[in-house]
Design a protein around this ligand. Structure first.
Ligand code: NDP
Length: 342
């Protein structure tokens, strides 16, 4: 659909608990005109991420919170439709912080810079937001650089059927590890074992999940790729081996509560666990290497990429809650415009 306005979701109030549509104003702004050294980008796909909830809040975080009245920050992919710079050619696909809107400006200035997606990649565009994009890179660097998994070791990952978790598990399998995923519900658990090749899955919504976790990790746990925090994190930490590693990627179970997350530190001391929090951008200088390897694994069928795609920019504020309700498998994406009709 071609638009003659730029629909924008602007943050009206900081959500309390779940995100509500009333936390945003949907504004019809004029389509921006690119200046010298700039290009106009039609947004095609929007990445919905747990961190959107963090950015909406004013909690202590790794980037400035989105200001009240500002366009909601969000990653995405778009197509260049008008250009005043050789850096972006009309028809180029670009990725970066597009925001929750129909159009954005890419430019030569650092704050406007977007990455041009190479042409002819053997993966569909939405996968460039997921397994071959930021979430894949999060899995790749968090697991390999910080988790340091060795063949034969046991790796546990939480939110295992989600965007990051599903890639973590598949990379750990490539590295010869025993991989146990923690996910909500029997269907997600079936999926990660039968379709993605995990060795075992633990449904944390079942009554006896801690017993199932113990059964699935008879030799303890060497690497815990932590996506959830809270009770799940504590149960996994309690089973970690001496000198275990724990890349702390996310703590989604706490994002809607606004409460500080508490945990028992004694296993860290007794088992000398190495916990390292990280943000994927810490590895920016190595992104090209990671992206190349992920694309190769996807092309070879060693990593299956999966996306849950919701149609329509107007759905963004409700769709983002799917991350907190567990109603996504793989990467959650909003399709803003049809790439074929641009
Ligand atoms: P996912 O695709 O994994 O979606 C989130 C999933 O989390 C849901 O599908 C749900 O799965 C699970 N979940 C939600 N609430 C709870 C809860 N209370 N308890 C247990 N599980 C829950 O999202 P991402 O892959 O994008 O993100 C996963 C984690 O990684 C997040 O914590 C995120 O903040 C973090 N992250 C960190 C980055 C970094 O640079 N450090 C970059 C990207 C993501 P289920 O049905 O199994 O409950």
């Amino acid at each position: 659909m071609k638009n003659d306005v730029n629909r924008q979701f602007r943050l009206k109030s900081r959500p309390v608990g779940r995100i509500k549509t009333s936390d945003f104003d949907l504004v019809k702004a004029p389509i921006p005109e690119p200046g010298a050294g700039e290009a106009l980008v039609r947004v095609l796909y929007l990445s919905l991420d747990p961190t959107n909830r963090i950015w909406m809040s004013d909690m202590d975080q790794y980037m400035p919170p989105v200001e009240i009245g500002a366009v909601m920050r969000g990653g995405g992919i778009g197509v260049v439709v008008k250009s005043n710079t050789p850096a972006y050619q009309v028809g180029d696909h670009v990725s970066g912080l597009t925001g929750w809107q129909d159009y954005t400006i890419a430019g030569e200035k650092p704050e406007l810079r977007m990455g041009v997606i190479p042409k002819g990649l053997p993966v569909p565009l939405p996968a460039m937001l997921g397994a071959c994009g930021m979430t894949g890179l999060t899995a790749y660097f968090g697991l390999l650089e910080l988790g340091q998994p060795k063949a034969g070791e046991t790796v546990v990952v939480s939110a295992a059927a989600g965007a990051v978790g599903s890639v973590v598990g598949q990379i750990a399998k490539i590295k010869g590890c025993r991989v146990v995923g923690i996910a909500g519900g029997p269907e997600k658990c079936r999926h990660i074992v039968e379709d993605l090749g995990f060795d075992a899955a633990v449904d944390y919504k079942s009554a006896d999940w801690k017993k199932k976790l113990a059964e699935a990790t008879p030799n303890g746990i060497d690497v815990n790729f932590e996506n959830v925090g809270g009770e799940i994190m504590e149960a996994v930490m309690a089973r970690m081996n001496l000198f275990g590693r724990m890349p702390l990627c996310g703590m989604i179970s706490g994002y809607n509560t606004g409460e500080p997350m508490r945990a028992d530190f004694s296993p860290i001391l007794m088992r000398r666990i190495n916990i390292r929090g990280f943000i994927v951008t810490d590895f920016f200088p190595k992104f090209a290497e990671g992206a190349r390897q992920l694309a190769e694994w996807v092309a070879q069928g060693k990593i299956k990429h999966e996306e849950t795609i919701v149609d329509g920019l107007e759905e963004a504020p409700t769709a983002v809650n799917r991350l907190f309700d567990g109603q996504n498998v793989g990467k959650l994406i909003v399709k803003v415009a049809d790439p074929e009709s641009q």
